[in-house]
Every structure is written in structure tokens, then in C-alpha cells.
Design a protein around this ligand. Structure first.
Ligand code: APR
Length: 242
């Protein structure tokens, strides 16, 4: 991929670099995105299942969806886009990654400095005592009963209508404020807070590069829009970070 001298200089001179990723970065790993045509499960959309109301109305159905997603994701591997960001973290000490994804593929690819702003599908939380458990413990026990207080356990992910974890959000905002170069990768911008992070970064002078197969709700903040698959574009950019 040919990039301009201006971009090469940006890559060379930017110290604080941030990547904000969405479901699109895992698409080439075979993990369905939320709003693509493959985003349906039994004709339900994420917005209908990933809510506290849906869970307390029909916990069995919501658990069925999460167990289906967990099973699917455990069969998937990180793709070149995930590995490219892990490599960038090794090249730049001030590189940070904020992901909306709950699939754990960034960690699996070797990234360490990750803010999972929407939680992690393989971690569960008791709805009463807040204790957290790894999914394999519950799957082994074939139970969603909290071993500590017997209340029902839920996936430890952020649902529609819920507030962000304050600590994680404050960390994300501070990274957005101080980043000089921001990559927005594979996100539609359908959810407000992550788009706000892009606006904050832009307002604080960051150079914003968006990588997406289509325009998105972030595109208005992008100084450079690289249209295409993250798994093809990112590996071509990382070598420029010398
Ligand atoms: N490379 C780059 N971008 C891609 C690719 C790809 N191979 N495939 C799809 N995309 C883009 C799509 O064009 C779309 O803009 O990825 C984006 C996926 O958008 P969504 O499915 O809306 O996923 P995301 O933006 O992560 O959703 C945000 O909404 O459902 C909630 O909490 C959930 O974290 C999720 C949040």
C-alpha cells in the first residue's frame, strides 16, 4: 500500500497512538458483526437480546444466545488485523487499544494493553453479589447459579441501556484526549460513547485514520479513510512504524 510522506511522518513522529476497534476487526476471523447481514441469531438482533429487560424476561433465551456466541468464538482465531495491532504495541510503548469487542481475540493475538470497554463474553458476573466467574467454570457446572450466593449469573458485558464502567470510560477518555494518532477500525458508530471518543480525540488535535469496508458514524472525524478489510490494510501499514 502506497502512503504519502505526510502519513509516513505522522507514523514516525506520533508518540501517543490509539486504536479503537469494533466488530469489523473480527469479521475476517469469522465472528459475525452485529449489524452486518450475518448479525442475526434466530431472527433476533443484538438490540433485542443484549438488554437487562430481555435477560430478566427470558434469561434462558439470552443465555442460549451467549452460549452460542461463546461456542462460535472459541472456534475462531485472531486474523492479521489483530496481529498487526499486537505488533504495533511491541513497536510503540505509548500505543493503547480500546475495543468494543467482547470476543477476546485481541488478547489471543498478543495485545496486552487493552481496554475492553464493553466487557468480555468469557467472564460472567452475579446479578446480586457481583462476583465474577470465568465461563468455563459455569459451563462445566452447567449452571448459571452463583456459587457464592445462588442468584443468577449474567454475562459480564455491557448491555444496551446500561452505563459504562466509570473507571474504564475515564481511562478511555484520557487516552482519546492525549492521542496524536488514532485508528478507528471496523466499527459502525451505531453506539454513541465510542463515537464520542473519536470526537474528543479529534477535538484534541489527533490525526484520525478510519479503516472500514464502508463509511460509518466515525467517518466525519476521519482525516484519512482507508476503505477495505482491516485484515488486509493494517498489516500493510505497520511496517511504516519503524
Ligand atoms: N474490515 C473492516 N471493517 C469491517 C469489516 C472488515 N473486514 N467487516 C465489516 N466491517 C465494518 C462494517 O462496515 C461496520 O461498519 O465493521 C463495522 C461493524 O459494525 P457493527 O456490526 O455495528 O459493530 P460495532 O461497530 O462494533 O458495534 C458497536 O454495538 O451491538 C453493540 O456492544 C455492541 O460493541 C458493539 C457495538
Amino acid at each position: 500500500m502506497q502512503i504519502s510522506q505526510q502519513i509516513k511522518d505522522k507514523f514516525k513522529n506520533s508518540k501517543n497512538i490509539l486504536a479503537l476497534t469494533g466488530a469489523g476487526i473480527s469479521a475476517e476471523s469469522g465472528v459475525p458483526t452485529f449489524r452486518g447481514k450475518e448479525g442475526l441469531w434466530k431472527q433476533y438482533r443484538a438490540e433485542e437480546l443484549a438488554t437487562p429487560q430481555a435477560f430478566f424476561r427470558d434469561p434462558k433465551l439470552v443465555w442460549e444466545w451467549y452460549l452460542w456466541r461463546m461456542e462460535l468464538i472459541t472456534t475462531k482465531s485472531p486474523n492479521p488485523a489483530h496481529f498487526a495491532l499486537a505488533e504495533l504495541e511491541n513497536k510503540r510503548s505509548n500505543f493503547n487499544l480500546i475495543t468494543q469487542n467482547v470476543d477476546g481475540l485481541h488478547k489471543k493475538s498478543g495485545s496486552k494493553k487493552i481496554i475492553e470497554i464493553h466487557g468480555n463474553i468469557f467472564r460472567n458476573r452475579c446479578t446480586d453479589c457481583d462476583k465474577t466467574y470465568d465461563s468455563d467454570l459455569l459451563i462445566l457446572k452447567n449452571s448459571t447459579e452463583c456459587p457464592n450466593c445462588k442468584s443468577i449469573v449474567r454475562p459480564d458485558v455491557l448491555w444496551f441501556g446500561e452505563s459504562y464502567d466509570t473507571d474504564l470510560l475515564n481511562q478511555a477518555i484520557s487516552l482519546a484526549e492525549k492521542s496524536e494518532l488514532v485508528f478507528i477500525i471496523g466499527s459502525s458508530g451505531a453506539v454513541g460513547i465510542p463515537v464520542e471518543l473519536a470526537r474528543i480525540a479529534k477535538e484534541n488535535g489527533a490525526f484520525v485514520i478510519e479503516i472500514n469496508t464502508d463509511q460509518s458514524g466515525y467517518s466525519r472525524y476521519a482525516d484519512l479513510f482507508l476503505q477495505g478489510k482491516a485484515g488486509e490494510i493494517l498489516p500493510e501499514l505497520i511496517p511504516y512504524f519503524v
